[in-house]
Write a protein that binds this ligand. Structure first.
Ligand code: UDP
Length: 240
C-alpha cells in the first residue's frame, strides 16, 4: 500500500491559479478539479490546511501609491482572499470533503476566527481548514501567511501550488534558457534574489526549518502526487 510522504500539509493556492486560464475571477470547473485532488489526499488520511491568495481579484502592492494608501489596499487584498476561501470551501463540501473557513480578521457571520488549537482540532477530525486573510496584517503576502500557519500548525511541509512549475535561476517567461532546480536551499533563494517565493516567507521557513515544495497547479492532481512523494517541482530545505 502506498504511504503518503506527508501526514499534515499546508497547501498554498494562489488566487490566480483559481482563476484558471482567464487570469481573474473564479473558474469553478478548475476549482472542482483542485478539490478532487484535495479529496484524494484526505482519503489517504492526510490532514490538509489551505491558505488561499487573492491575486485573481486584488493585489495591495499593485494598487498602493496610485490612488490608495498601502494598508487600505492590503485590507482589500485580504478581503479578496476570503472570497476565494468561501468558493473553495463550498466546492470542497460539494465534493464530499468537510471544510471549515477560518479568517485572521474577525467576520463572525461569514467564517470562524483563526484560532490555532481549533484549527488543529478540525484537522484531527479530518476536516480541511481553509484559512483567509493571510497573516491578518498589511505589507505581507499569502505566501508568508502560508509559512506562518504552516509553522503554527506543525505541518510536515508547505506545498506552494503556483502558475510556475518550480524555482528557476531566472524568470522562465523572460529567459527560455532558465534552469529549474529540483532542490535548493533557503539561503540560495535569498542570496540569488529568486523572487518566486518572497523573502519574508523564505526566511520564516528557514528560521523554522520548514520544507517548502513549489510546483505547478496547472494539473491539480500534482497536489496528490507531491503528497505521495513524487519528485515534482522544487523542494526548498536547509541542506541536502
Ligand atoms: N495581503 C495582506 N496581508 C497578508 C496576505 C495578503 O495584506 O498577510 C493582501 C495583499 O494586498 C496581497 C493580497 O492580500 O496583495 C492578496 O494576496 P497575495 O498577493 O499573496 O495573493 P496571491 O498572489 O497568492 O493570489
Amino acid at each position: 500500500m502506498e504511504v503518503p510522504k506527508y501526514r499534515r500539509i499546508l497547501l498554498k493556492i494562489s488566487g490566480e491559479a483559481l482563476a484558471g486560464e482567464s487570469g481573474s475571477g473564479l473558474d469553478f470547473g478548475f476549482i472542482g478539479k483542485v478539490c478532487q485532488a484535495i479529496r484524494h489526499c484526505t482519503q489517504q488520511g492526510v490532514q490538509v490546511a489551505i491558505v488561499v491568495g487573492g491575486g485573481n481579484f486584488w493585489r495591495g502592492a499593485r494598487a498602493a501609491g496610485t490612488q490608495m494608501e498601502r494598508s487600505r489596499a492590503d485590507q482589500m487584498g485580504m478581503l479578496a482572499t476570503v472570497i476565494n476561501c468561501l468558493a473553495l470551501a463550498e466546492c470542497l463540501q460539494q465534493c464530499g470533503v468537510e471544510a471549515r473557513v477560518q479568517t485572521a480578521v474577525e467576520m463572525q457571520e461569514i467564517a470562524e476566527l483563526y484560532i490555532r488549537n481549533k484549527a488543529v482540532s478540525h484537522l484531527e477530525k479530518g476536516r480541511v481548514v481553509v484559512l483567509g486573510c493571510g497573516t491578518g496584517s498589511p505589507y505581507f503576502t499569502t505566501d508568508t501567511g502560508a509559512v506562518l500557519r504552516g509553522v503554527e500548525l506543525n505541518v510536515d511541509a508547505v506545498l506552494l501550488a503556483k502558475n510556475v512549475d518550480g524555482v528557476y535561476d531566472s524568470d522562465p517567461k523572460k529567459n527560455p534558457n532558465a534552469k529549474r532546480f529540483d532542490q535548493i536551499t533557503y539561503d540560495d533563494i535569498l542570496k540569488n534574489h529568486l523572487s518566486v517565493v518572497d523573502f519574508t516567507a523564505t526566511s520564516l521557513a528557514m528560521d523554522n526549518r520548514l520544507p517548502l515544495v513549489l510546483f505547478a497547479l496547472e494539473d491539480p492532481e500534482n497536489i496528490y502526487r507531491v503528497v505521495m512523494g513524487e519528485d515534482l517541482g522544487t523542494i526548498v530545505k536547509e541542506a541536502f
